[in-house]
Design a protein around this ligand. Structure first.
Ligand SMILES: Cc1cc2nc3c(=O)[nH]c(=O)nc-3n(C[C@H](O)[C@H](O)[C@H](O)COP(=O)(O)OP(=O)(O)OC[C@H]3O[C@@H](n4cnc5c(N)ncnc54)[C@H](O)[C@@H]3O)c2cc1C
Length: 397
C-alpha cells in the first residue's frame, strides 16, 4: 500500500489547489481522480483536424483579476504568460425562438428607481431573490436578471444566499480584469498536476476509506490502495459523505444534508462558415431545457466556433440535438465534433451559513480530515482555492 503524508480525493481545482499547497510544503502528497484527466469543472477538451486545433470549455470559462489565490498558484506553476484576454462579446437571451439583447429586455425606468438600493441594502441574510429584486426591480428580476443568475450554477437560484454569488474581492492591477488561458482553464489543472512532489493518479474512483493504526486507508474501484496520515475530501459533498460514513459518521451525515444539481454539458464545434449567429459570450434561455449556451467567441478562432449547452440532466439525445440545431440554426450534419461532461454544482440555501458553522464545529478537533470544494465560501474558482488555502492552514496549525 502506497504510503503518503496526504491523500487528496478529487482532482478539480479544489483538490488540485490543496495538493499544490501540501506538495510545496514538502509533504508527500497523492491526488486521486475518478476521471481520465484532472480538472473536474475545468474541462477544456482539445480538438484537432487537418492540423487545425481548437478547444472549448465544458465547465468554467472565466477568471478575474480578483482571483488572487488562484493567481499565486498560476505564477507558482509558471503559467502567468499563458493568460489571455477574452474578447468583449455580449450576453444574449433566447426568447420566442430568437436571440435578443439582454439590455433590450430591461425596464430602464424600474432599474433607475431601484438601483440606489445598491448603496444601502446589505446582502447578509437575504436570498438572491429578495436582494436583487430590490436592486434591479421586481419585474426586471423576474423577467431578465433571474435567468442570468440561474445560468451561473445551471439551476434555480432564488433561494441562494445573496452574499455567496458575485462577491466583490480586491483586484490585482497587473492582471487583466477577466481572462482565460491559451489552451483553456484546464491548462491550470495540468500545470498543477505536473508539479514535482505531487503524485497524480487518474481513473481512480475512490470507493472506501477506513482508519487503521493511525492511518487512513483509501481504496479505489480499480484495486488501487493508498494510505495517508491526512485525508482530503475534494469531491461533491454527497461523495465526501459516502466516503466518510465509517470513519467520521457525524460529519458524513452532516455532509449528506447538502443538495447538489447535475448539469449535462454538451459542447459542439462548428466550422465558422456554417453558423450565422452573431458573436456572443453566452445565450441565456429562460424556462427552457438548457440554462445557457457558453460560446468560444470570447477567444475567436480562424476556423471554428464552439458552443457548450448546459442542459438540465436526464434529457434524451434527440431532445438535446434538436435544441442545439434550432438555437444555432445549423443542420446536425454541420456539427463537426461533440464533447459531453456531467458537472455537479451545489444547491445553496439561505441557511448555508449555519450549515457551515456546524461543519467548522465538526471539523474542529479533526486536523487529519480536510474538506474542500465549491460548497463552502461560494462556488467561484477563487472560493474553491481560498477554501483549500484555509484547510491547508488548519493542517499546518
Ligand atoms: C458549467 C460551469 C461553469 C462555471 N463557470 C465558472 C466561471 O466561469 N468562473 C468561476 O469562477 N467559476 C465557474 N464555475 C464554478 C467552478 O468552476 C466550480 O465551482 C469549480 O471548478 C469546482 O471545483 P471543485 O474541485 O470543487 O469540484 P469539481 O470540479 O466538481 O471536482 C471534483 C472532482 O472530484 C472527482 N471525484 C468525484 N468522486 C470521486 C471519487 N469517488 N474518487 C475520485 N475522484 C472523484 C470528480 O471527477 C471531479 O474531478 C462554473 C461551474 C460550472 C459547472
Amino acid at each position: 500500500m502506497m504510503q503518503n503524508d496526504v491523500v487528496v480525493i478529487g482532482g478539480g481545482i479544489s483538490g488540485l489547489s490543496l495538493s499544490y499547497y501540501c506538495a510545496q510544503a514538502g509533504m508527500k502528497t497523492t491526488l486521486l481522480e475518478k476521471n481520465e484527466s484532472v480538472g473536474g469543472s475545468f474541462a477544456s477538451p482539445q480538438y484537432s483536424s487537418n492540423g487545425k486545433k481548437f478547444w472549448m470549455e465544458l465547465g468554467a470559462h472565466t477568471c478575474y483579476s480578483s482571483y488572487r489565490n488562484l493567481l499565486d498558484i498560476v505564477e507558482g506553476c509558471g503559467l502567468k504568460s499563458a493568460i489571455i484576454a477574452r474578447a468583449k462579446v455580449p450576453f444574449s437571451l433566447f426568447v420566442d425562438g430568437k436571440i435578443r439583447s439582454l439590455v433590450s429586455r430591461l425596464n430602464i425606468l424600474e432599474l433607475l428607481v431601484s438601483v440606489p438600493n445598491l448603496f444601502t441594502l446589505k446582502k447578509t441574510g437575504l436570498s438572491v431573490r429578495s436582494y436583487y429584486s430590490k436592486i434591479v426591480g421586481e419585474q426586471n428580476y423576474q423577467e431578465v436578471i433571474r435567468h442570468f443568475f440561474n445560468a451561473v450554477p445551471s439551476q434555480e437560484t432564488d433561494d441562494f444566499p445573496a452574499d455567496m454569488m458575485f462577491k466583490s474581492r480586491q483586484k490585482r492591477k497587473d492582471v487583466l480584469k477577466n481572462y482565460t488561458f491559451k489552451n483553456g482553464l484546464q491548462s491550470v489543472a495540468r500545470a498543477i498536476s505536473a508539479k514535482s512532489g505531487l503524485n497524480v493518479f487518474t481513473s481512480q474512483d475512490v470507493t472506501s476509506v477506513v482508519y487503521k493504526d493511525g492511518l487512513y486507508e483509501i481504496r479505489s474501484a480499480g484495486g488501487g490502495e493508498y494510505s495517508a496520515k491526512t485525508i482530503v475530501l475534494a469531491t461533491p459533498s454527497s461523495v465526501a459523505s459516502r466516503l466518510l460514513k465509517d470513519v467520521e459518521p457525524a460529519l458524513a451525515s452532516h455532509l449528506g444534508q447538502l443538495k447538489a444539481a447535475d448539469v449535462d454539458s454538451v459542447g459542439v464545434i462548428v466550422r465558422k462558415e456554417n453558423v450565422k449567429l452573431k458573436p456572443v459570450a453566452a445565450i441565456i434561455s429562460p424556462d427552457d431545457v438548457f440554462f445557457s449556451v457558453v460560446s468560444r467567441d470570447t477567444v475567436p478562432d480562424d476556423n471554428y466556433r464552439g458552443f457548450v449547452f448546459h442542459f438540465q440532466p436526464g434529457l434524451d439525445e434527440k431532445t438535446k440535438r434538436s435544441r442545439i440545431t434550432e438555437v444555432l440554426g445549423v443542420g446536425f450534419s454541420k456539427i463537426e465534433h461533440t464533447e459531453a461532461k456531467l458537472n455537479t454544482v451545489p444547491t445553496l440555501q439561505l441557511n448555508h451559513h449555519q450549515w457551515l458553522e456546524k461543519t467548522d464545529q465538526l471539523l474542529k478537533d479533526k486536523k487529519r480530515v480536510l474538506l474542500t470544494g465549491n460548497y463552502f465560501g461560494g462556488m467561484a474558482i477563487e472560493d474553491c482555492v481560498s477554501r483549500s488555502k484555509s484547510e491547508f492552514a488548519r493542517l499546518k496549525a
